[in-house]
Ligand binder design. Structure first.
Ligand code: COA
Length: 330
């Protein structure tokens, strides 16, 4: 069976920086509280009219990943996007990216799995490659969470940001870069993190959409506890599946929701923070985009070396969580 290998990474974030100090001027919060409780110092927020919509950010990240891979968009068989903040309910963000890139030979679709969207998308592509249905694919995680932030809720508004990350994945009969991906969901806990309203009852929804936009709602405390527990358990499953130990992991690239969650995860796995990549201070929580942005930054900083084992681990709305172990092959 062919293996899936990441051969290019890219990321793209909006130009506008919104710092904790800026937030102090618009809500009852402080740089001190946000830094101490979350590790976030600033985040990027897209600006209307600057080509910073969800599909724009995803396209920007994809172009960089394709450039690194040395491939043209026409060579792509699949474009899979993880997002919960598409520009439109349909068509999919993936189809809009396909058009922007000119990836005319690809099958394109979105995956909705909260902050685990990127890992769900990566797993889908990995399976397609192993089945022989795909040779080259783009896997993207992208969000414009600013489109659903409730600026009157300081408990969530300070956490979120916008951005995109992408990887080019290629089949190779001799190399297996994605060793395995392990995914879980628990829909019983959907109401810990969700967007308000919905379109179940269409006439009402049409009325409320105009009055009340879709806004992110979250119960932070119970999520915090589950995040560490779920990510640690799924990582242990992934390590065991590959007969690896924590010390075999060269770099952990975790979902960036809260630095204290990342510390808790590292402690639970017995992995020192020097081997955990964090950039939450710059971008906050960009949901599906945190892992591919961090992976791209780590790659461009030269932290990913051929032969290294890399752990990607996520947790988010759904609830969904997952872990993927890579053997870096480029
Ligand atoms: N600025 C200042 N004070 C704030 C604040 C803000 N932005 N947000 C909340 N507070 C206050 C609360 O009102 C509360 O005050 P009180 O004690 O007077 O009632 C106090 O800070 C503590 O609030 P609490 O919600 O218990 O804080 P916390 O330490 O749990 O941190 C989160 C809140 C959201 C940062 C944290 O729960 C978290 O990160 N949760 C998980 C997020 C997550 O995993 N999301 C899903 C994956 S994407």
């Amino acid at each position: 069976m062919p293996g899936a290998n990441i051969i290019g990474t890219g990321s793209s974030v909006p130009k506008r920086i919104l710092s904790n100090k800026d937030l102090e001027t618009i809500m009852n919060t402080s740089d001190e509280w946000i830094t101490r409780r979350t590790g976030i110092k600033e985040r990027r927020i897209s600006t209307k009219g600057r080509n910073e919509n969800t599909a724009d950010l995803a396209t920007g990240a994809s172009l960089k990943a394709l450039e690194m891979a040395g491939l043209s968009p026409e060579s792509l068989d699949m474009v899979v996007v993880g997002t919960v903040t598409p520009d439109r309910q349909f068509p999919s963000t993936a189809c809009m990216v396909q058009a922007a890139l000119g990836a005319d030979n690809a099958t394109a679709f979105d995956v909705s799995a909260g902050c685990s969207g990127f890992l769900y998308a990566l797993s889908t592509v990995d399976n397609a490659i192993q089945c022989g249905n795909c040779k080259t694919a783009l896997v993207i995680g992208v969000e414009r969470l600013s489109s659903i932030i409730n600026w009157h809720d300081r408990g969530t508004a300070v956490l979120l940001g916008d951005g995109a990350g992408a990887v080019v994945v290629a089949a190779n009969k001799k190399k297996k870069g994605v060793l395995s991906t392990h995914l879980r969901s628990d829909g019983k806990l959907w109401d810990l993190l969700y967007s308000s309203d919905g379109n179940t009852y269409l006439p009402t929804a049409l009325k409320t959409i105009r009055l009340k936009p879709y806004l992110l709602k979250m119960k932070g405390n119970p999520l915090f506890k589950r995040a560490i527990e779920c990510m640690a358990t799924i990582t242990k499953e992934a390590l065991e599946h590959n007969s690896l130990k924590s010390e075999d992991i060269r770099l952990v690239v975790p979902h960036q929701a809260n630095i204290r969650i990342i510390w808790g995860l590292a402690k639970s796995l017995g992995i020192p923070m020097e081997r955990v990549y964090t950039n939450i201070h710059k971008y906050g929580n960009t949901s599906s985009a945190t892992i591919p942005i961090a992976l791209d930054e780590a790659n461009r900083e030269g932290l990913l070396v051929k032969g290294d084992h890399v752990l990607l681990v996520s947790f988010g709305a759904g609830l969904t969580w997952g872990a993927s172990i890579l053997k870096w092959t480029t």
